[in-house]
Design a protein around this ligand. Structure first.
Ligand code: NAD
Length: 259
């Protein structure tokens, strides 16, 4: 699918990987609705990037919020061709603490709700918008690459570490739902892909203590550094462009395997 003149919903687009995706799509002549909880950062980005962007305050776990974001893209940009779901949080807690007290169930659920249920919520509403447009069109065809849904998992889906029970299971869920969704959406010409990033230099990682960041960097075989968010955005651009990529999860991780 070409990016120029097409419009995309980027959740979590006000920061980190999502922000980088927003910049890359706009640089290619595409249009973006940034859907994020962070209003001030989202507005700063729209002010900088101009008319091909809009911001909407959106919690990905809310049906009403995501529907409003989809409606904004349909109205402002005359239709929506896909979504890149980057909204996410990292809940870190062990099953048992130092005194053997059990983990907080609400914290576990919050991570699963935002990372997994939020991804499903965005996928269902974006797919409905694209499928209805295709059904109403006299020119659209099933093989015409009508839409693309890209979700962000994590290598934690495969190599979860101690303390990542919520995070790893939420991301494994993102990987697991991809194939059924990709299979179902073939009849609408909509592809579903997942990227599993390793460790990227974003506010999520930069907020870690310096020692923890250094350890992460040292664990990457090659290149021996954190991933640059631009490298994530380049993969998103390629996935959108390459119509034969469907129903697959791509690790983008400098060969790191977490232990
Ligand atoms: N940075 C990494 O190393 C890394 C590695 C693997 C996976 N990931 C995943 O990539 C995605 C982006 O991470 P990042 O590093 O750019 O993080 P980030 O914290 O820089 O950005 C995440 C954005 O999501 C938004 N957000 C959080 N909860 C939301 C909600 N309920 N609704 C809407 N927006 C919400 C935040 O406001 C923020 O702008 C996440 O899903 C994360 O799990 C990141």
């Amino acid at each position: 699918m070409q990016i120029e003149q097409r419009s995309f919903l980027v959740t979590g687009g006000a920061s980190g990987l999502g922000e980088s995706v927003v910049r890359a799509i706009v640089a290619q002549g595409g249009k973006v609705v940034i859907a994020d909880l962070n209003e001030s950062a989202g507005q700063v980005l729209v002010d900088e990037l101009g008319d091909n962007t809009r911001f909407v305050r959106c919690d990905v776990t809310s049906g009403d919020d995501v529907q409003a974001a989809v409606a904004m893209a349909e109205e402002a940009f005359d239709g929506l061709q896909g979504s890149i779901n980057c909204a996410g949080i990292a809940v870190v807690q062990k099953l048992l603490d130092r005194e053997n007290n059990p983990a907080d169930l609400e914290a576990f659920s919050r991570g699963v709700n935002i990372n997994l249920v939020g991804s499903f919520n965005v996928a269902r509403l974006v797919a409905a918008s694209i499928a209805k447009r295709v059904a109403a069109s006299t020119t659209a065809e099933v093989n015409a690459d009508n839409g693309i849904i890209i979700n962000t998992a994590s290598i934690a889906a495969f190599d979860g570490q101690v303390g990542q029970g919520s995070y790893a299971s939420s991301k494994a869920g993102v990987v697991g739902m991809m194939l059924p969704l990709a299979r179902e959406l073939t009849r609408h010409g909509i592809r579903v892909m997942t990227i599993a990033p390793g460790v990227f230099a974003t506010p999520m990682i930069q907020s870690l203590p310096e020692k923890a960041r250094e350890q992460l960097e040292a664990a990457v075989p090659y290149p021996k550094r954190l991933g640059n968010p631009n490298e994530f955005a380049k993969l998103v651009v390629h996935i959108i462009d390459n119509a034969y990529l469907n129903g697959e999860v791509i690790r983008l991780d400098g060969a790191i395997r977490m232990v």
